[in-house]
Design a protein around this ligand. Structure first.
Ligand code: PMT
Length: 401
């Protein structure tokens, strides 16, 4: 499972080699990747969205809007991707890519992407040799895209020569090798890292609770990134649908703030770094009703009592631990973040604001600012996996000081 947790967006264009992409999608999934597939309109003549959707375990898209009229957000799709693979890439799509012709969802996603792009051309011999194709391939490589060259062999036209799309195993191997060469940083080897993630649910009665919109995505991304860098990670998460990708992560699932508090302090004395990305409920009902509360009257009052502040308590108890907090704000962001940095005795705080679109709860992306006592740094919107890398790069540099 060498592509574990990698998000691969596959763009399939309208060529006969598209039939091989069912195998390729399956192969990427077997390697542990998350896969989304986008078709160009012509690709639908060669492969079925249904098959690809079953194999990729995701909805397959081809239009800028769905039949129900909702917008397929090309920017979110682009930012979700750790890599884009255009396979097969027809002469037509190749030409659009290098000339910026943006007339379908696939092109809109491609043009919004910040991740590496792999291109696996497939076309007939003479088209592949044509000077315009040669020029377009060169241009794509000049953009920094990675070419997976077409191979020689029998072509659908009956001709024999260069133009066959690389085999699915070769596509997967090229993407795998790329990430292997990138993932060499093990700059947290031997470090013990504790991460809180997700929301907490505070029970009102057996069926109701007070909670929030946290999905756990940010915390799980941090855990995966820290583990990739060689750390031993204890991830303490409130209710979340996220799953662990990668080894060296001990996942402890909790429900309420009090449970999270207990688990955190079971491990706190032995760790080197703590990252509090959980959205912990500040208050919980004073009493939890033993039975479902019945409707009675036009209003009801629930008395709330303050939950323990997990991060603040870590700040009070810290010795060698490097402490990273999060601040989720909706106004006066910087002032609130700096106030939490001091009050909770943190080494670093990560600010995300609900005023930024694509930031905060549930999104696959985030936009952050980092503050320490003497420094601050702003980052553009990125996938949460890349945000996690930015946070850990910054933290590792601070710890080395
Ligand atoms: O899970 P996602 O959908 O991916 O969303 C990610 C996120 C928006 C939840 C995450 O990026 C984030 O901002 N997490 C912190 C949310 C929060 O509770 O912020 P806060 O400003 O209210 O709290 C400040 C800090 O104190 C946080 O580090 C929090 O974990 C911690 N805290 C707060 C209250 C409490 N009782 N105990 C705590 O430890």
């Amino acid at each position: 499972m060498n592509l574990e947790g990698k998000r691969i967006l596959i763009i399939i264009t309208g060529g006969i080699a598209a039939y091989k992409m069912n195998t390729a999608v399956r192969g990427f999934i077997k390697e542990g990747a998350e896969v989304k597939v986008i078709l160009t309109p012509a690709a639908k003549d060669f492969v079925t969205p249904l098959t690809l959707s079953v194999l990729s375990r995701n909805e397959v898209l081809w239009d800028l809007s769905s039949s129900s009229g909702t917008w397929n957000n090309h920017v979110e799709l682009a930012l979700w991707s750790d890599a884009i693979l255009v396979a097969p890439c027809t002469a037509n799509t190749l030409s659009k890519m290098v000339h910026g012709a943006c007339d379908n969802l696939a092109m809109a996603v491609y043009m919004s992407a910040k991740c590496p792009v792999f291109i696996a051309p497939a076309m007939d011999l003479d088209m592949y040799r044509h000077p315009s194709t040669r020029q377009n391939i060169q241009r794509a490589q000049d953009f920094g895209h990675i070419l997976i060259p077409a191979e020689e062999g029998e072509l659908a036209s009956g001709l024999h020569g260069e133009g066959r799309m690389a085999e699915p195993e070769h596509l997967i191997e090229t993407v795998r090798q790329y990430f292997e060469s990138k993932d060499f940083i093990k700059n947290m080897a031997g470090k013990k890292v504790l991460i809180t993630a997700g929301p907490t649910y505070e029970a009102i009665d057996p069926v109701r609770f007070i909670g929030n919109h946290s999905s756990g995505k940010m915390g799980f991304a941090l855990a995966e990134e820290a583990a990739k860098r060689g750390a031993d990670v204890i991830l303490i998460s409130g209710p979340s649908h996220e799953k662990i990708k990668g080894n060296h992560i001990q996942l402890i699932r909790v429900t309420s703030a009090k449970e999270m508090f207990q688990e955190v302090f079971r491990y706190f004395s032995g760790i080197d770094m703590a990252i509090a990305s959980a959205a912990v409920a500040d208050y919980a009902p004073k009493e939890v009703a033993a039975e479902k509360i019945k409707k009675d009257g036009d209003s009801m009052t629930i008395e709330l009592v303050k939950n323990p502040d997990i991060l603040k308590t870590m700040g009070e108890q810290k010795k060698k631990q490097f402490l990273i907090g999060f601040a989720l704000e909706t106004q006066n962001e910087e002032a609130h973040a700096k106030e939490k940095l001091h009050r909770k005795n943190l080494d670093m705080i990560v600010l995300n604001s609900l005023r930024d679109s694509g930031a905060g709860f549930q999104t696959d992306t985030n936009r952050i600012r980092i503050f320490t006592e003497s420094q601050e740094k702003e980052f553009p919107i990125k996938p949460k996996s890349a945000v996690a890398a930015d946070i850990l790069d910054f933290a590792v540099a601070q710890m080395a000081k």
